[in-house]
Each structure stands twice: as structure tokens, then as C-alpha cells.
Design a protein around this ligand. Sequence first.
Ligand code: SF4
Length: 236
Amino acid sequence: MGAVDGPGLRSVVFFQGCGLRCQYCHNPDTWQANQGGELWDVPLLMKRLKAYAPYWKASGGGVTASGGEPLLQRRFLREWFTACKAEQIHTTVDTAGFCPLDDDLKALLDVTDLVILDIKHLDNTKHRALTGQDNHHALALLDYLREIGKPVWIRQVIVSPYTDSQSDMEALATFLRGYPNIQRVELLPYHSQGRYKWEKLGLVSELAEAETPSRETMRTLTQRLAEQGLPIAAVS
Ligand code: SF4
């Protein structure tokens, strides 16, 4: 169960596999699509999740697909979310948007109530340095979500030296103003809780020594968003 991955209390299903390599990733054990995890089919998943229905109903919650990058398994997600919609269960996908905007993705969005989109960085050069890939897919997805009027929550992890500059935040705020379908913007302070996983997997991050941003830094950056009238969520 989760309380921050969409409205209300939610059952969160983590999907294996991700094409990005974020330097601050706290789930590097989800990167490989064919290692770890378990194989599930939709009837089994629905049966397992139904035990949590009283929590969803009491809190206005539902289910959330997270990862890893859940869009890599978008055909399965569509099948699962279709089963959820048949039972009026609220569906959310929590994604970094690293997925081509193909027919399978569009079909998934037809049965998705909310998209939580993690924009790693608006500047593509910095995005590449931080994740190893371009941000074009994520931005194309955001454009499409505006086109179809799909509710979106935006997230960005704040970590020095990538995402903690006021000028970058002002650029992001100005950019996001062009998307009336954005219901909420959250800035998440980097934390080092996943470092032990990197060490366990024999991986090296250039952010291995990075610190959690100060409350003052988070407050200042949040202010840049608020000045543009964006719907800001409380930062913990
Ligand atoms: S998108 Fe998420 S799972 Fe993938 S590398 Fe980045 S933080 Fe990790």
C-alpha cells in the first residue's frame, strides 16, 4: 500500500525493467527486465489486489503501476487497467515517460485515470548526463496528455548539481504553465536510501556522495514554481 502514488490509499505494483540509468536511482534492482521480480497474469493480480478494495473505497484510492519503467510492459498494463476500469477502480501510472508514443501506449492511456510523470530534466543535455538518455519521449508524452486532456501530476527529484539551480527551475515553471492538464507539481528532495543497492550490485554512481538538499533550497525552488501559479504539493 502507498499513500503518495496518486490520490488516496493505493496498491502499488512495481514493474521490472527500465531504459534509463538515473544517477540517483534508488531501485537499480529493477533495471533488468529479465532478472528478479515475479511473473503474474491479470486474473491472478486482480484476485490478489481485491483484498485491498476496502482501503481504496474508503480513501478514494486505487491502483498504481510503478517501477522501474512500467510503460515497457504497456500491453500488460492495458489489460490490467481494462480489468480495473470494469470494476470502477481508479488507475494511475507512475512513469519517467521513456517509451515511444505508439498505439499500445495510446491504448493504455485510454484506461488510465492519472499519469504521474517524472521529468528528470527539461534541458536535454543535462537529462542525458543524469539518465543516459534523451528527454524527447517524456516531453512528447506530456504533449499528448495535454491533447487528450488527461490529468497529470509532475515530479522532479532535486539533486545537486543537476536540478537545484533557480534558473533551471524557472525554465521548468514557465514550461509547465503551458499544460492546463497538470493538476499537481511535486519537487522531491534526493535521498541516499538506495545507495546500498548500488554497492550490492557493484554499480558506481557519480552522485554517491550527494547530499539531501536543504529545506531552504527546497523552499526556494518551490517558490519559483509558485510564482508561476502552478499547483504545488507540500514537500516532505
Ligand atoms: S526512471 Fe526510475 S527506475 Fe529508471 S533509472 Fe530512473 S529512477 Fe531508476
